[in-house]
Design a protein around this ligand. Structure first.
Ligand SMILES: [Zn+2]
Length: 136
């Protein structure tokens, strides 16, 4: 169950980005090709964040289907998990989407000052941070 490892990694990223503020929700983009089961990830997240600062932070998962573009320029959604043939002309295609595992937004509770020195980054004015998530 690699969702546990993923949610632990995710918790680290979110904790760093939130720098001590209370996290309300985490908006994720997950590609179909990452073989992550959203329900399992949500469960793992609840388990991982229980009794931590991130407890009750909600995961919002945006699902990205596998997308292909063949040399002929046809763009299509993948028909099967490992099928990279263009459904229009049958040519082996390039994967152009569906491998994401990205933190889109982290929503933090408004106006709670972080302890000095705790924050590594520079959160913008809306209290949101953006960043990509490295592959495991
Ligand atoms: Zn094609």
């Amino acid at each position: 169950m690699h969702e546990v490892a993923l949610s632990e990694q995710l918790a680290q990223v979110v904790r760093r980005a939130a720098c001590g503020r209370k996290v309300v929700s985490v908006h994720l983009k997950i590609g179909a090709l990452r073989q992550v089961i959203p329900e399992t990830l949500t469960y793992a997240w609840i388990f991982t964040t229980a009794n931590t600062a991130l407890e009750h932070a909600r995961l919002e998962i945006e699902w990205v289907p596998g997308q292909l573009r063949c040399p002929e320029g046809h763009e299509s959604l993948m028909q099967g998990e490992f099928d990279v043939h263009c459904p229009v002309c049958g040519t082996v295609s390039r994967i152009i989407g569906g491998e994401e595992f990205t933190v889109v937004d982290i929503e933090v509770a408004a106006r709670e000052e972080a302890a000095p020195g705790q924050c590594a980054g520079h959160p913008d004015e809306e209290g949101q941070q953006h960043g990509s998530f490295p592959p495991p």
